[in-house]
Design a protein around this ligand. Sequence first.
Ligand SMILES: CC(C)(COP(=O)(O)OP(=O)(O)OC[C@H]1O[C@@H](n2cnc3c(N)ncnc32)[C@H](O)[C@@H]1OP(=O)(O)O)[C@@H](O)C(=O)NCCC(=O)NCCS
Length: 157
Amino acid sequence: MYVIRSATLQDLTIVVSWIRTADECERWAGTQVAYPIDLSTLPSTIKFAERNAYTMLIGGSVMAFGQVLDKPQNRQHLATFIISPMHRSRGHGRTFLHELLHRATADRVGLNVNEDNSVAISLYAAAGFTAAERPQDQQASPRSRYMEWKRSVPTDD
Ligand SMILES: CC(C)(COP(=O)(O)OP(=O)(O)OC[C@H]1O[C@@H](n2cnc3c(N)ncnc32)[C@H](O)[C@@H]1OP(=O)(O)O)[C@@H](O)C(=O)NCCC(=O)NCCS
């Protein structure tokens, strides 16, 4: 059984311990965060706030982290999404992604994902994200693809 709650700065410290190389760092947070990660500047760099950051816990231990950032025009941005290395490939990414989309309030949720991150691309595609044109306010590495999820409109029938 898992629990989802707002993330704290202490949780962020645990998440940083999961990032072991510059490449993993870029996959996680894009080019905005330099490796080795400076914990004193990380919260402001990723615009961390308890209202936009979530963590998933199993047995009281933090095992996932992600942010849903507000953007203009009824849009939000999924960022810094990660499952702890010890808990990957067991369906937790799918569960946590659905939980974050359930908490999203905008009609569109975008994200950047590295073109070589095939596991993440499969996960996002299975959840309904498709490749889309990157909005002008979004900066990202040329190695990344922009994907977007659109809230489905309920039909009358
Ligand atoms: C990407 C990530 C979040 C996936 O989380 P996960 O818990 O391992 O994923 P899940 O077990 O829920 O699997 C979801 C889907 O991903 C794919 N997948 C998962 N593990 C895989 C593997 N080892 N090989 C290939 N595809 C895999 C599958 O499509 C799977 O769906 P399926 O089970 O229906 O086949 C995780 O690998 C991670 O944290 N990676 C490092 C950080 C990162 O890259 N974040 C994304 C930033 S954009």
